[in-house]
Design a protein around this ligand. Structure first.
Ligand code: GLA
Length: 727
């Protein structure tokens, strides 16, 4: 049984294969957190201590007991207004302007299966794979109710959390903050691991001690953002990739978010993850409900790599959906870095012909095929094919491409509008802009108000009309600016617009998935600006970064791997010198790096030499050979590319019989020292033969001592070594 409730001690225990999560309803009806960590079969309420902490007040009903204070006790869903002065999970503004809420236990239900959230992405599971606990808390005065959801997926050590808020009172309330998950620790010293970045350099790892005060990460951009990933890890000081305690919190949401880590006056740690507080003030009238998006939690005592593997498996099997969720994705050629806006139908067909000759399976026509769109200053919002530019209909073009044996894919950016577009001229109020103010422009575009159904419907209709013109088997859904000037002409209250915008986005994507179940959708936001578990529910892959430089990609993909599997990372081989960095590295290195993702190309094959074309043919064939192992194997980070001279990682098959080791030399010096890479996850006593050298090693040798990476006189050389167990 994953979920157990003790009637006598009123303790809830959630068990996964290797972890236990425990909480208790105390005598005052508060839901106190007791424990989250490695499996224990014991009531952990002995951890609660009660001492008089001067200046930490107690709720009225504890009477004169000065040792009872919410300012000190570990909680599941701490509210503002009950004497807890740490950062709260929940803030409610009442009709009279007061900010207070006092949630006490009312009832609970344990259900088989995993709960779902209406209109929001969430972890799903087959019957028998998961259980749900719902705990109803209520404020006795305002009758605000919070139902805390816990989803337990024992295999893979996943616990999910979410909250449904209901205004069961009579007056309008405003939700000013609604974090989905809180983790309170009564003891322990932790590091906070987060992933910061910028456009074209996403998800750099940062590890800092949690010190007194509150450390906050987040996004106020209306999207999850390039600047911080909605992923937090708390790790014990001594935790490494292979050892030690660590906790993951991953937000299943694509809008603004806020993650906090706080060390309180008594050296207790609180971690919170949920919706961004800024610009959030969600009105709920009598009887209305609100769902806070889900947070995925996982714990392991086996280090960060294992924690990542738990998240990888959860995202691949319980977040991603559709035909491609666990399938190897088609190798594609994208037109963007090949020709940018400068193409016509003939040139696209020429690209497709070259692609077919190289063994590539799909041609993707990127930005520039619609409306008036020869640069990025106009056209967004006008989703009709510019046949004049293409010199042919879309249908004809797709037929010609299909005739070459290739699938066809297309780019869209549905959430955006240019002022120079027919749509804007007809519906200027559909773009976010505050009355009387000039909006912030970015890439010369404005954001459509997706909190309005008629706007979503219009764009949906337009795009379906395009998709129905031929066999479109892939769609790249882009989003190329941060949201600003949030004001919806249709909304009575503006504090709800950003959240409703995200619901509009999800509604659109859900409808697309239902209507085109065989179409692969790739997410994108100026590369990896909206790379989160929420988008992955609709788009099983996301363009990882606009930076296609293989050396930078080693770092970007390393950071991304902490929370997300390689099957979700859009990754392409592009031309050299690289268009973002000017760096030139070998085609082999570019291939090795792109293969640790969905794999494809983004360059003009026509400009390559015959020798390069031959190499690409071989590369595509190599990828096909390794793709099942890359897609289904366990992922191991074997170095830290921010620190080490080599970037190294491996895929190990679940039966531990096959290994693909990848290494990219990031540094080269005179009299260069040797990097030894230690493999992981092999069978100690098995013998593994490396394919290209024919040499054999035991698993123990490869794991304990490692393998030396060759020293050669060149820059950024890559090595791919395939080992198979010898029976
Ligand atoms: C964004 C994407 C790119 C490309 C361009 C097109 O920057 O990340 O891959 O599609 O838009 O405008």
């Amino acid at each position: 049984m994953g979920i157990v409730y003790g009637e006598k001690n009123r303790i809830f225990t959630l068990h996964t294969e290797n972890t236990t999560y425990q909480m208790k309803v105390d005598s005052f009806g508060f839901l106190l957190h007791l424990y989250y960590g490695k499996t224990v079969e014991f009531g952990m309420d002995y951890l609660l201590t009660y001492y008089d902490r001067g200046f930490s007040g107690g709720p009225y009903d504890v009477s004169d007991d000065r040792t009872y204070s919410m300012d000190i006790l570990p909680q599941e869903f701490p509210c503002q207004g009950i004497g807890d002065y740490r950062s709260p999970a929940f803030v409610v503004k009442n009709e009279d302007g007061s900010i207070s809420c006092d949630l006490r236990y009312k009832s609970h239900e344990i259900k088989s299966g995993k709960y779902a959230l209406p209109g929001l992405p969430a972890v799903y599971a087959a019957g028998g794979e998961a259980e749900t606990l719902e705990i109803l808390l209520e404020d006795p005065v305002s009758k605000v109710q919070a139902v805390l959801y816990y989803g337990v997926l024992p295999k893979g050590d996943i616990i999910t959390r979410s909250v449904r808020i209901k205004n069961a009172g009579e007056n309008r309330i405003y939700l000013e903050k609604a974090a989905s998950a809180c983790l309170d620790f009564v003891s322990g010293e932790y590091d906070f691991i987060s992933f910061y970045g910028r456009h074209a350099m996403e998800r750099n790892l940062q590890r800092t001690p949690i010190v007194h005060g509150v450390q906050t990460i987040g996004s106020r951009r209306g999207t999850s953002s390039h600047q911080y990933s909605p992923l937090m890890i708390l790790a014990a000081k001594e935790t490494t990739e292979t050892n030690g305690s660590c906790y993951a919190m991953s937000f299943v949401y694509s809008g603004g978010f806020q993650g906090e880590a706080e060390l309180d006056q008594c050296n207790q740690t609180r971690a919170l993850l949920g919706l961004q507080e800024a610009m959030f003030s969600y009105p709920l009238d009598a009887g209305e409900t609100f769902y806070a998006p889900e947070v995925i939690l996982s714990y392991t005592d086996q280090g960060l790599n294992r924690l990542s593997q738990n998240l990888h498996s959860c995202i691949r099997r319980h977040i991603c959906r559709g035909k491609y969720k666990e399938a190897v994705r088609p190798v594609l050629l994208n037109s963007w870095e090949a020709s940018y806006f400068d193409f016509d139908g003939e040139s696209i067909c020429r690209l497709a012909k070259e692609a077919a000759e190289a063994g590539i399976e799909m041609l993707v026509m990127d930005d520039g095929w619609f409306g008036k769109r020869d640069d990025d200053n106009s056209g967004l919002g006008d989703w009709f094919v510019n046949e004049e530019k293409l010199g042919m209909s879309l249908g004809t073009m797709i037929e010609r491409i299909n005739g070459l044996g290739l699938k066809f894919g297309i780019w869209v950016e549905p959430e955006m509008i240019n002022e120079d577009s027919e749509l804007y001229r007809q519906h200027p109020d559909w773009a976010f802009a505050i009355p009387g103010r000039k909006p912030v422009r970015a890439r010369n575009q404005l954001v459509l108000d997706f909190s309005r159904k008629e706007v979503v419907d219009d764009i949906y209709e337009q795009i379906c009309k395009v998709l129905d013109q031929g066999k479109v088997e892939y769609l790249k859904w882009d989003m190329n600016r941060s949201i600003s000037d949030v004001y919806s002409a249709a909304a009575k209250e503006q504090g709800k617009v950003l959240y409703d915008y995200v619901l509009g986005l999800y509604d659109f994507l859900e409808r697309l998935m239902k209507r085109y179940p065989d179409m692969l959708i790739e997410g994108c936001s100026g590369g990896g600006g909206r790379f989160d578990a929420g988008m992955l529910y609709y788009t099983p892959q996301i363009w990882c970064s606009d930076n296609t430089d293989a050396v930078d990609r080693v770092k970007i993909q390393y950071g991304t791997s902490f929370g997300f599997p390689v099957s979700t990372m859009g990754s392409h081989v592009s031309a050299v010198p690289n268009h973002q960095t000017g760096r030139s590295v070998s085609l082999h290195t570019r291939g090795v790096v792109a293969m640790s993702g969905t794999f494809g190309y983004e360059l003009d094959l026509g400009k390559l030499t015959e020798e390069e074309k031959r190499e690409i043919r071989t590369q595509v064939a190599e990828f096909r050979k390794y793709a099942p192992l890359i897609q289904n194997g366990l992922y191991y980070r074997l170095s830290n590319p921010f620190r080490d001279a080599v970037g190294a990682w491996a895929f190990v098959s679940e039966d531990q019989k096959e290994v693909l080791l990848n290494a990219v030399m990031l540094e080269n010096h005179g009299n260069m020292t040797v990097s030894y890479v230690k493999l992981q996850g092999l069978k100690e006593n098995a013998t593994y033969k490396e394919q290209s050298s024919g040499r054999s090693y035991t698993g123990a040798a490869l794991m304990q001592a490692g393998i030396p990476i060759p020293v050669e006189q060149s820059e950024y050389l890559a090595y791919q070594m395939y080992f198979a167990e010898v029976e």
